[in-house]
Design a protein around this ligand. Sequence first.
Ligand code: NDP
Length: 260
Amino acid sequence: MATLPMVAVVTGAADGIGWATAQKLAASGYRIALLDLRAEAAQSRAAELGPGHLGLGCDVTQPDSVDAAIAAARTLGRIAVLVNNAGIGDQTGPTVAQDVAAFDRVLDVHLRGTFLVSQAVAKAMLHDTGHRAIVNLGSIASSTGLPARNAYSAAKAGVIGMTRAMASEWARDGIRVNAVAPGYVRTALVAELGRKGAIDLPGIAHRTPLGRMAEPHEIAEAIAFLASPQASYITGVVLPVDGGWTAFGAPESALATLAA
Ligand code: NDP
């Protein structure tokens, strides 16, 4: 019997880290199912990758939408990799002024979304053999305190908890589950936070030991490694990809001033 092509499902794949990851995994030989809220954007990104890839409209917070997208992804071949990347920025501002619906939405996209897509994919993966891996997107907010970003911090800490739980549950079935925890990455999500005045971009560069934000492809490289057979004995870990952000514990004045 002919071997089915290996498929990688990437959520939030139309932009930013998801798009960089889709390109990296396509170059590694996977057929990519690019899931995004914006169906047209996902389809045009799939067309950019070339034949054999599929762009699908999907809201990761909605079970029916997720089930339909995963069923469509399975027409490409065997789902070997899932990258739970879809995400939104936080409402920013004092906790006492925060809106409950906006809080719920952030938890829905990051936590419920990661749960629903993992569940849908695992229903197929658990009956499979061979290489299978899931990579989730944490953040420096998973392990450090970002003032006024409650929902995002809660969601990203939750994603790490879910990563460990799923890794422990599915290890004997041959499915590895890991997370990357990026620092600040040059994407639309961060540009929007900068535009709202919620983050100080030069301050972030100075606070980061490597002295700059990440580019999306630098996060994609780490995701692709954890998703690959080269990471065959790694499961349940959180890999910081943050330019030294979480390692750094001295006053900011201990870092050399950046050239203007
Ligand atoms: P972008 O905003 O650039 O891209 C995220 C993509 O996800 C968008 O295309 C967005 O669509 C899509 N999306 C949003 N909600 C849903 C949904 N409900 N269903 C399906 N797709 C959805 O974000 P980034 O690339 O910056 O972030 C990607 C991931 O990395 C997120 O989980 C984020 O939290 C995490 N991360 C990002 C960091 C950064 O500095 N950029 C740092 C640490 C973690 P639309 O544009 O229509 O909303």
